[in-house]
Structure formats: structure tokens, C-alpha cells
Design a protein around this ligand. Structure first.
Ligand SMILES: Nc1nc2c(ncn2[C@@H]2O[C@H](COP(=O)(O)OP(=O)(O)OP(=O)(O)O)[C@@H](O)[C@H]2O)c(=O)[nH]1
Ligand SMILES: [Mg+2]
Length: 317
């Protein structure tokens, strides 16, 4: 069976028609630029966690948008930064790798914060990419129009852009314009993924990430960076319609364990309660969440341990 025939007969894929466009778009930028928030806004569903903490994203993964005319595959990446440990190095490597073999690279720059050496370094990584380059000035809802204009001018100097868009993932301003630019640059071709698929992240990974997000929300300084989350087991109780989820929260030191658990378990209980709300929405059923806190000494410095969490790992081609 040739490819055309396969797609015509496989109803879970969009019907292939003349002019259908599809391709890959990597979102790249400094930590906190707004990559994961933009991905969620475009996909129309929370699949990526977001937070004020730098280096929130630790997985490279895809978010998929399919219409009758196109399939855009967005690749979220960890923010590029000056690494302090093996984890940071892994995250950078995985982000840089996502610049290969894609059709479009969108570099996100926070329009509410001054362009710095970090942005210059990210832009320098785009010099030799074969993809089209779109500059995306994010967070226009919290920047003045003068600020956005000045930012656009400063961004012009960073790279030879094929297009530039200013948008906001919070109020939706210009998100359609960004998508239009992306689709314009995509090649014609059939869909890569079924039409109802919105991410390639395994459900266990999304669940672990949702739990990690609540920890980022509650703690500052070292804790957000020192924790890793892994789902150990999932079991669906058919009779009661409850998903039982057992997950481990790993820390690097005994002292951090006490902080995460809190007085009489108050902190871990609050994290669990908040994560459960998100997980019930994600899974569409009641959730019983069992969180255990464990120590994995200095895991961030150990490549094998980092790999065990799947952080920075190439989940794709
Ligand atoms: N006001 C406003 N805030 C935004 C917007 N986009 C993102 N943010 C906020 O900026 C912070 C960082 O957003 P993320 O999407 O986590 O940033 P990121 O680029 O994925 O960060 P890393 O994963 O750490 O590289 C979060 O607190 C978001 O809520 C936006 O359009 N407007
Ligand atoms: Mg992110």
C-alpha cells in the first residue's frame, strides 16, 4: 500500500487533500520566555507545565495542532541557559538538538524584559539552522506599545528573521497571526499524527510534570531545581471509576525531604490536593493520588539518574 492510499484509508488521520501543509516548529528561547505557555495556548489544552521558576521544562516534547488544512507540530524545549550541573547541560543539549530537522524555528523573546546576553546567545545558535526563523515577542499584555516597538528593533539586530510577530498567550493577542506565519512556511505534505492526538508525551510523564508544577508553585530557591517526579504505578478501579496514581517525589538531601513533607505532612498534602484537581481534569475521572518523598543523593549531577527521570531526553527523531 502506498502512503497516499494508507492515509486515505486511515480515518484517524486528516483526509489528505491538495495543498495540505504539515511540519515541525521548534520553540526556543531563554528560560521563562513563555514557550510552554504559548504551546498550551495554541494547542488549546494544558499539556505543558509552566511557572515563574527558570528551567521549568525538562522534557523536549511535541504539541500537535490539526485543522482541515494543516498539521503544525510544535516542539517545546527547555530554556537555554548557562548550565550549573549535569542536568542543566542535558537540558541545553536537548534544546539545541531540537533545532535540527525542523521546518521552522520560533525564538521567543519576552517583550516585557530587556534583551540580554542570554537572548544573544540563543540567537547565535540559530545562525546555521536550515529552518525558517520567526522571532516571537511574547507577553504583550504586560508590555507597553513603546516597549514592544523598542524590543522589536533590538530583536532585529539579533538575527536575520524571516518573520516577526508580537503576541500574548494570556489574552490571545496575535496567536492566530503567529500560527498563520508558521503555516505559511510549512511544506505541503500529509499529516504525521492522527487528528485527535495533541501531544506525544506519555500520560505518566504528563502526570509527573503536573505534580512537579505544584511543587514549583510552593517552593523557592533550590527546591524547585532539586526535585524530580516519577509515576510508579497507575491502576484504574473500574467499579468506582477512580484512577489510583502512585508517584515518587525525589529530592537530593534529607533536609529537603523534610521541607517537601512539611509540618505534620501539611506541605505534601497541599501539593497532592492541588495536583489532583489538575489530574482529574486531565484524565476526566476521579483520582486518588499517593505521593512518597524519597532521597536520591545529588541526582542532578549524575547522568544515569537524570536519564532515569527522562529529563532532557530526546523523545523524538
Ligand atoms: N503576562 C503574561 N505572562 C506570560 C505569558 N506567557 C508566559 N507567561 C508567564 O511567564 C512565566 C514563564 O512561562 P513559561 O511558559 O513557563 O516559560 P518557558 O519559556 O516555557 O520557561 P522554561 O520552561 O523555564 O524554559 C510563567 O509565569 C507564565 O505564566 C504571556 O503571554 N503573558
Ligand atoms: Mg517551558
Amino acid at each position: 500500500m502506498d502512503l497516499d492510499e494508507y492515509f486515505a484509508n486511515n480515518s484517524s488521520y486528516p483526509a489528505f487533500k491538495e495543498g495540505f501543509k504539515s511540519g515541525f516548529v521548534t520553540l526556543i528561547g531563554r528560560p521563562n520566555a513563555g514557550k510552554s505557555t504559548l504551546l498550551n495556548a495554541l494547542v488549546g489544552k494544558k499539556i505543558a507545565i509552566t511557572s515563574d521558576t527558570a528551567q521549568t521544562t525538562r522534557h523536549r516534547f511535541r504539541g500537535i495542532i490539526t485543522s482541515d488544512d494543516y498539521q503544525v507540530i510544535l516542539v517545546d524545549t527547555p530554556g537555554l541557559h548557562k548550565p550549573h550541573d549535569a542536568l542543566g547541560e542535558q537540558l541545553n543539549v536537548s534544546a539545541i538538538k531540537a533545532l535540527e530537522d525542523v521546518d521552522v524555528v520560533a525564538m521567543l523573546i519576552d517583550s516585557s524584559a530587556p534583551i540580554g546576553r542570554g537572548d544573544e546567545w540563543v540567537a547565535a545558535q540559530l545562525k546555521d539552522v536550515r529552518a525558517k526563523r520567526i522571532c516571537v515577542l511574547t507577553k504583550t499584555d504586560i508590555a507597553s506599545s513603546d516597549q514592544i516597538a523598542a524590543q522589536a528593533q533590538a530583536a532585529e539586530a539579533l538575527c536575520a528573521w524571516d518573520a516577526m510577530v508580537a503576541c500574548s498567550s494570556v489574552n490571545g493577542y496575535n496567536l492566530d497571526a503567529f500560527l498563520e506565519e508558521v503555516v505559511f512556511f510549512l511544506p505541503e505534505g500529509p499529516a504525521w499524527f492522527p487528528k485527535d492526538m495533541d501531544t506525544d508525551q506519555p500520560i505518566e510523564v504528563i502526570i509527573a510534570e503536573f505534580i512537579r508544577e505544584k511543587i514549583l508553585l510552593h517552593f523557592e530557591d533550590e527546591i524547585p531545581h532539586a526535585i524530580g517526579v516519577q509515576v510508579e504505578e497507575m491502576e484504574y478501579d473500574d467499579a468506582k471509576g477512580i484512577e489510583h496514581i502512585y508517584a515518587n517525589v525525589y529530592v537530593e538531601r534529607e533536609s529537603q525531604k523534610g521541607i517537601i513533607i512539611g509540618k505534620k505532612g501539611a506541605a505534601i498534602k497541599r501539593i497532592g490536593t492541588q495536583a489532583r484537581v489538575d489530574l482529574e481534569q486531565l484524565l476526566g475521572c476521579k483520582v486518588y493520588l499517593d505521593l512518597s518523598v524519597k532521597v536520591r543523593k545529588n541526582w542532578r549531577r549524575d547522568a544515569n539518574q537524570i536519564r532515569r527521570f527522562g529529563y532532557g531526553e530526546a523523545l523524538m527523531k
